[in-house]
Design a protein around this ligand. Sequence first.
Ligand code: HEM
Length: 249
Amino acid sequence: MSTLTMIEKKESTAYVRWSRNERVQHWSLAISFILLVITGFALKYPDSWWVRPVSGVEWLFDLRGLVHRICGAVFLGLGVYHTLYMLGTHRGRMMISAFRPGMKDLRDARQNIAYNLGMSKHPPQFGHFSYMEKAEYLALIWGAAIMGITGLMLWFENTTLRFFSKWVIDLVTVIHLYEAWLATLAIVVWHFYYVIINPDIYPINTSMITGKLTEKEMRDEYFLEWEALQKRDSEEQAAEKIERETKKM
Ligand code: HEM
């Protein structure tokens, strides 16, 4: 668990939580998702105030459909890449095991509710991922699979109609729309709360830009992992000291 985060000792200690590859994946997902939301809802609600200025311009509306499909392809390509990254690299497999839900997550959720209701003095302490982050990641995988499958069925409507009746297309459209609402609200309410609005984090969590957490962030958010890293670090320092002294003799 603890080797997913590396201690970096310069002027001040930092904790390297995200690799450059993971940050590029995150921002590719963020950009494609935001464009999918804008272009998708522009189709569904063409008379809303933010779409009206462009809905009369035919080429812009055609461009909307093209951008939705291009971003859909990027979103799916990223999904395939991320699956290969998680299954095919050592770091990815370590992350899968850190994401695995367990009984501690249930206990943490219970304790967090009790803490927020003033019924417990201490909030729960987390390892590499908190139960909220695990739930968010699993929801992302589930949502991406639904949006990918339904999006492809809508994109290749004629092929879908060769195998299914017309009502299936109607159903798939409804599923795509409501999952789009769910995903958008989950990002705006849930994700943006944790990385921006949360009073402990405000004005913003910069770890997806720099890849790093400060000593304070690491201790406040992931105390159990921080503790394990300190223990490993002092063991390594002790081993290095013994090695140096043995060489001197
Ligand atoms: C995950 C983010 C996505 C969001 C938020 C989103 C949103 C939407 C919305 C709101 C609609 C209109 C539904 C309606 O008319 O009732 C729509 C339509 C559509 N979406 Fe998505 N979508 C997403 C992902 C995808 C993906 C991954 C694909 C392709 C693989 C895709 C392909 C389509 C297609 C082909 C349509 C039919 C209408 C059109 O754009 O011309 N979508 N989407």
